[in-house]
Design a protein around this ligand. Structure first.
Ligand code: AMP
Length: 199
């Protein structure tokens, strides 16, 4: 089992690159944003709480996020055996610590963190463009700016958390989709090979 976190600011290309990674390596995709939007679409109790944070560009509370993630992992216990790609989770150091200490019955170690790095100006441009067709309530300028601030304040510190653990792979997130993917596969192939050699 090989597990990856795909990490980066909103608009850094996590969803696009996750799709390509899954196609090549067959990992199961777990997007925390999609899980939350699914709860909102089904008007669940969790969804109603999450909506009030998401529409403001704020992070939902760690305990709620972890609860939703555990429920999803429980429901997909068979599929996660081949490896996971976590997209949008963790988003706080606290979430990473909780996850690393093993959530519920799931002992999932992180093997690599793919960090997509791009500057804010480029991110705002991409998110505004995405907002035209995404229909997402949080892809408008005011909320985008809040999401970027939240990213810098609460999520960016995770970069150091994973650097210290030797897991962080910085990737220039400003090139073409294919060039970025090629850089990701170089990192992943080396790390996968190393993990298999140590088995
Ligand atoms: P995303 O689709 O990853 O851009 O996430 C959309 C929104 O969902 C974020 O702006 C947050 O409000 C919420 N969200 C997603 N993942 C998390 C997380 N790990 N922790 C807290 N809130 C999250």
């Amino acid at each position: 089992m090989f597990n990856i976190v795909i990490f980066g600011a909103p608009g850094s290309g996590k969803g696009t690159q996750s799709d390509k990674i899954i196609e090549r390596y067959g990992f199961m995709h777990v997007s925390s944003g999609e899980l939350l939007r699914d709860h909102i679409a089904h008007d669940t109790q969790f969804g109603r709480i999450a909506d009030s944070y998401i529409s403001q560009g704020m992070l939902i509370p760690d305990e709620l996020m972890i609860r939703i993630l555990i429920d999803h992992l429980d429901a997909n216990a068979d599929r996660i055996k081949n490896g996971l790609i976590l997209d949008g989770f963790p988003r706080t150091v606290n979430q990473a610590i909780e996850f690393d200490s093993g959530i519920d019955d799931h002992q999932i170690s992180v093997d690599a963190v793919i960090g997509l790095e791009a500057n804010d100006e480029e991110l705002v441009k991409r998110l505004l463009k995405r907002g035209i067709d995404s229909g997402r309530t949080d892809d408008n300028l005011e909320v985008i700016q809040r999401r970027l601030k939240v990213y810098h304040d609460q999520t960016a510190p995770l970069r150091d958390y994973y650097l210290e653990r030797g897991l962080y792979c910085p990737i220039n997130g400003e090139g073409s989709v294919d060039d970025i993917f090629a850089a990701i596969t170089r990192e992943l192939d080396v790390r996968l090979m190393r993990k298999n050699a140590n088995k």
